[in-house]
Design a protein around this ligand. Structure first.
Ligand SMILES: Nc1ncnc2c1ncn2[C@@H]1O[C@H](COP(=O)(O)OP(=O)(O)OP(=O)(O)O)[C@@H](O)[C@H]1O
Length: 261
């Protein structure tokens, strides 16, 4: 059996309103980064939250031969980490303390790390994201973008098998957008992780994702490699915009929006 993350016939509702409709994704293999794209309200966050176990879902989510929905919350959280779109308000912790707290939560059922090991791992995570200089700063004093970076450091420190990131670059400047996506991609490759990243920036998706899944009105519209999925018809049908698709100097696709349809 594949070791990948697979979703079979996912249905998610809020009350009587169904948001995700019978959605299945072929296994996302270890070492792969999938971008989840689609218009506002398409159900991307809802799907991600359901895969993380935070929304009730009908259907099956498997990680290899493990049925994630049959696991306890703690067991599932050790394998699957989730970074929400809207980060909780900063507590009165320093950046370093918050990453250490995330590490301790991840080790609830595992072998506890020593104080030194915790410090080392937390510092490595901050260095990896490029924010070691913020280690002593209080969370409550950070900008929105800095909080997003700390949240990512908390998540990678936990060494999950699956990372679910909901718009991790939405508050970041151009340089940090590239840094964060490069960091996610290199973590995915080095540790054979599976990452699913919600992105509104299609050009970031085309540049960094191994595959792209497109959601429209809670249904899977298309999935596959950027070259196979991104075409003007998709943008007209899904986003109601007219686009040209070109290549940048790095050879990744660039979507240029000419106007609304
Ligand atoms: N907690 C909730 N209770 C009721 N309805 C909700 C809840 N969260 C989201 N919805 C609704 O579900 C639909 C899908 O929302 P979701 O946040 O999953 O979309 P999205 O694709 O992530 O959108 P965006 O790109 O704007 O973040 C929307 O119509 C939204 O109003």
């Amino acid at each position: 059996m594949s070791k990948g993350l697979s979703i079979h016939n996912a249905n998610v509702s809020y009350g009587r309103r169904q948001i995700v409709h019978d959605l299945s994704l072929p296994p996302l293999p270890p070492g792969s980064l999938t971008a989840l794209i689609g218009p506002n309200g398409a159900g991307k966050s809802t799907l991600l939250r359901a895969v993380a176990g935070l929304e009730k879902m009908q259907g099956v989510v498997r990680l290899g031969d493990l049925d994630l929905s049959a696991m306890s919350v703690a067991e599932r959280a050790r394998r699957v980490t989730y970074m929400p779109q809207n980060l909780p308000p900063g507590l009165s912790l320093s950046v370093m303390e918050s990453v250490i707290a995330a590490l301790r939560v991840a080790n609830v059922d595992g072998i506890p790390l020593s104080g030194d090991a915790c410090l080392r791992e937390a510092f490595e995570a901050l260095q990896r994201i490029g924010i070691a200089h913020l280690a002593d700063q209080l969370l409550s004093t950070l900008s929105g973008g800095q909080r997003q970076l700390v949240s990512l450091a908390q998540l990678i420190a936990r060494r999950p098998q699956v990372m679910l990131l909901d718009e991790p670059t939405s508050a970041l400047d151009l340089n940090y957008q590239l840094k964060v996506m490069e960091c996610v991609r290199s973590l995915v490759r080095e540790h054979n992780l599976i990452a699913v990243v919600v992105l509104h920036d299609i050009n970031l998706a085309a540049r960094f994702a191994d595959r792209i899944a497109v959601l429209r009105q809670g249904r899977l519209y298309a999935s596959g490699k950027a070259d196979d999925v991104l075409d003007p018809l998709l943008f007209a049908e899904v986003y109601r915009v007219q686009v040209r698709i070109e290549r940048c100097s790095q050879q990744s696709l660039q979507v240029l929006v000419d106007g609304a349809v």
